[in-house]
Design a binder for this molecule. Sequence first.
Ligand SMILES: O=C(CO)COP(=O)(O)O
Length: 251
Amino acid sequence: MRRKIVAGNWKMNNTLEEGIELAGQINDLVENTEINDVDVVIGTPFIHLTEVNKVVGEKIGVAAQNCADEKSGAYTGEISASMIKSTGSKYVILGHSERRTYYGETNEILVKKVNLTLENGLAPIFCIGEVLEEREAEKHFEVVKSQIAEGLFHLSAEEFGKVVLAYEPVWAIGTGVTASSDQAQEMHAFIRKTLVEQYGEEVANNTSILYGGSCKPSNAKELFENADVDGGLIGGASLKAEDFMGIITAF
Ligand SMILES: O=C(CO)COP(=O)(O)O
């Protein structure tokens, strides 16, 4: 189902106390503001999931930022999709460029994580995006297409219907440089066309495709006005309740 979604990705920020406080502030703002049919998601570190789920009401979904690529067992330090599900969370952010780059997450590993996420009734927020050199070499469309194909095209149309995509050009993440509105729309339209080719019009038109990378209250409206931009995956600006809310109300 194509929904407007604004999802925060806290990354490795906030102690448990700080996270509970921030989630409470966001929840208060969401409860007391007229929101234009937007699904609000908060992506927290694992240690916050249980408590943040207690703090937020029905209007906010909670996301983990990763999950293990195995079901359970002797994998010291890992957190499984079923454990995430048991906290009341609804989403798992997968394939973020920081995980692909710093933790060697390959498409092969991501296929396992996507499958476990779906098997446990959680929705993957699957991240894709090119680095600057790839864009400069005009390989960005090819790169994004292969990330989607290798990570997700093993899914049936029904399974794919539960996936949210997040296009995050790596050169725009945490840099203050946002993709222009035209660059975002161009890539999002390309992604939708790629989905049409694989799954047909209906699935493609029902898929939410979020933009991520230096999205702020000041540029969100222009980005979200594009026909194929269905919302945002927000890093830095999701760490302040007012800024995050400014992006949610940009719709
Ligand atoms: O990586 C991001 C969200 O997942 C984007 O981060 P910034 O909004 O801080 O650029």
